[in-house]
Design a protein. Structure first.
Length: 180
């Protein structure tokens, strides 16, 4: 079940062919129970939207403060204005590359992204991050943390501990690599 909002001036082609229900856009009988369930989900989500956003803002601030307290250089790449998504934090940890840190954290069952979401599958440094002023190295060293209302402060603490220990292990490898 889903919801599509579209400009009525657009012509939509049917995905399922058959009867002429729903103005010829969809074949078949409307699944009324699913529609009612979907409407209830939208109602509940809308009612909790502000509460969820406030909680995400608290998690976001807690993570940023935790990152700032670590005893190594961390560049916070996310903006702090009202347009920032409260469930995403992007930061760089030079000289450790984001992909290496990502795999090191995976071994501890902590899953993060790297770069910007717009370039998640690219091996090249994110043009978005470089566009906001990061160097190529800083963009390569970036990680993206996403969380939801199902996450909690203890999980952020666990992440920060894992990040710190992983950074300490990986830093010597990256420093050794630049000395050669």
């Amino acid at each position: 079940m889903g919801l599509l909002v579209y400009d009525s001036k657009l012509t939509l082609n049917p995905q399922l062919h058959g009867g002429k229900q729903q103005f010829g856009v969809r074949a078949g009988t409307l699944p009324v129970p699913l529609i009612m369930a979907f409407a209830k989900v939208v109602e509940l989500a809308t009612a909790r939207q502000q509460e969820t956003e406030n909680y995400l803002l608290k998690l976001h601030a807690y993570l940023i403060e935790g990152l700032k307290k670590l005893d190594f250089l961390i560049l916070i790449n996310s903006s702090s204005d009202d347009f920032q998504c409260p469930s995403i934090v992007n930061f760089s940890i030079p000289p450790v590359e984001g992909e290496v840190m990502l795999h090191h954290l995976e071994k501890q069952e902590i899953f993060v992204g790297m770069g910007s979401a717009c370039s998640a599958y690219s091996k090249e440094p994110s043009k978005i991050l470089m566009g906001i002023g990061l160097t190529e190295e800083q963009a390569r060293c970036s990680l993206r943390i996403s969380f939801s209302q199902n996450n909690n402060f203890d999980e952020i603490d666990s992440f920060l501990r894992a990040l710190k220990s992983s950074y300490e292990v990986l830093l010597s490898l990256f420093l050794k690599g630049t000395a050669d």
